[in-house]
Design a protein around this ligand. Structure first.
Ligand code: ARG
Length: 455
């Protein structure tokens, strides 16, 4: 492609370090879409004849079908997807192929191709997150009033509802979704026509190519257009936060499915066995989802590190962007789909959840609140009295509702039998009616809001 200037071909090592075709072949569809839009625009502007543009556009479809059909011969000597496609186009349509690269460069070409690819991944992540949110809402609806322990420091804190816990993840994944939507809006400017870095002397129509490729507008500065990889970095940082959320939830599923907890049973479809221990059913999908943050954050750090210190405009360093993003996107898609499947298939063990919800003095706060509300005690004193009652129950080896009224009176003589009402876990959760609280009625309101938003 640049034989004019060179007397010798590249060293084999040079070819090996330089070539990107091994991975950027994944941009074939986007490359051909971009070239077809470019050719149509060149013809509309009178820069190419209609017949040349038609030959190019048809020939590109043939190239695409060869690539998709698996018959295309990729060549490392041709470096990357752009030159592989153009070279094959030359074989198919002859001379007009050489006119396609008028008024563009591989720098704006690769930025455009990669943006189109990343944009698709943003859409895929948004769809994957929506499906996962729907699966969580399904679980929340089924168990809006199932009680379970709520934890702080992974110590029993207060009873909560299963639906409330599921809807907490809906909030997290909704924020991830809105980050992807936000990044997608910001990235949707077309670099094509920035050419190598300075724009072009041909009378191109950048608005036309931008529109043809589904962008909102052409990017405004040609130097920025070819050197910007913020869209990939925003994809990766958003994916990293999402993978962190997935990892937290996966960790809970690993804990919840253990023999010690038995809060949930994961389906056979998302579990594996052990080759040596016949009794085992392992939560491998959850564990792998928990781990995916490693490579996704790794990709984020890698690309940030590649980009730091790069002077304007394009540098070949930027070729190192693709594998990171490809790997992160493949693994995020897999993790989202696996989590969605696991959530849809898992069974909550309602009786175990309820038993655990009532143990560990989980209604101690309800007792303290009762002392404040009914006996008009200052909260600090109520906290102290409740602490003494917890200590008493602990010494007796029972839970708070198992203390007799006489036991209670040994700590405070004014307590009445009414107190037992607030010590029950169902009453406890039902009382938490503050906006966003765990009461089943509040959880149902959350579910209704989200179902309306997602409809
Ligand atoms: N394969 C290259 C990349 O991915 C395409 C752009 C090459 N541009 C250049 N001036 N050598 O970045």
């Amino acid at each position: 492609m640049w034989g004019g200037r060179f007397a010798a071909g590249p060293d084999a090592i040079m070819e090996a370090i330089n070539a990107s075709i091994g991975f950027d072949k994944r941009l074939a569809k986007q490359d051909i879409d971009g070239s077809r839009a470019h050719a149509a625009m060149l013809a509309a502007q009178g820069i190419l004849t209609d017949s040349d543009a038609e030959a190019i556009r048809e020939g590109l479809l043939t190239v695409l079908s060869e690539i998709e059909g698996g018959t295309f011969q990729f060549s490392t000597a041709l470096e990357d997807i752009h030159m592989n496609v153009e070279s094959r186009l030359k074989e198919i349509v002859g001379e007009p192929a050489g006119r396609l690269h008028t008024a563009r460069s591989r720098n704006d070409q690769v930025a455009t191709d990669f943006k189109l690819w990343v944009r698709e991944q943003m859409d895929a992540a948004i769809a994957g997150l929506t499906a996962l949110m729907q699966a969580l809402i399904g679980q929340a609806e089924a168990g809006a009033d199932w009680v379970m322990p709520g934890f702080t420091h992974l110590q029993t804190a207060q009873p909560v509802t299963w639906g409330h816990h599921m809807m907490a993840y809906v909030e997290m994944f909704a924020r991830d979704r809105s980050r992807f939507e936000d990044a997608r809006k910001r990235m949707n400017e077309c670099p094509l026509g920035a050419a190598a870095l300075a724009g072009t002397s041909f009378p191109i129509d950048r608005h036309a190519t931008a529109t043809a490729l589904g962008f909102d507008r052409p990017s405004a500065n040609s130097l920025d257009a070819v050197s910007d990889r913020d869209f990939a970095l925003e994809y990766l940082s958003t994916a990293t936060i999402c993978a962190m959320h997935l990892s937290r939830f996966a960790e809970e599923l690993v804990i919840w499915s253990s023999a010690q907890f038995r809060f949930v049973t994961l389906s056979d479809r998302f579990s594996t066995g052990s080759s040596i221990m016949p009794q085992k059913k392992n939560p491998d999908a959850a564990e792998l989802i928990r781990a995916k943050i490693g490579r996704i954050l790794g990709a984020n750090v890698a690309l940030l590190t590649v980009m730091k210190g790069l002077p304007l405009a394009y540098s070949k360093d930027m070729q190192e962007d693709k594998e990171q993003v490809f790997d992160a996107a493949d693994n995020l898609a897999l993790a989202l789909a696996a989590m969605e499947g696991m959530v849809r298939d898992m069974t909550a063990n309602v009786a175990n959840l309820e038993a655990a919800a009532g143990s560990g003095f989980s209604t101690a706060t309800d007792l303290a609140d009762w002392l404040v509300r009914v006996l008009d005690m200052p909260f600090r004193d109520a906290h102290h009295v409740t602490g003494a009652l917890v200590k008493l129950a602990e010494d007796k080896g029972c839970d708070l509702p198992d203390l007799s009224l006489d036991d209670m009176h040994s700590v405070n003589g004014q307590i009445t039998a009414d107190v037992y009402q607030v010590l029950g876990v169902h009453n406890s959760v039902a009382s938490r009616m503050s906006y966003g609280g765990t009461a089943p009625a509040q959880v149902r309101a959350q579910i209704t809001r989200w179902k309306e938003t997602l409809a």
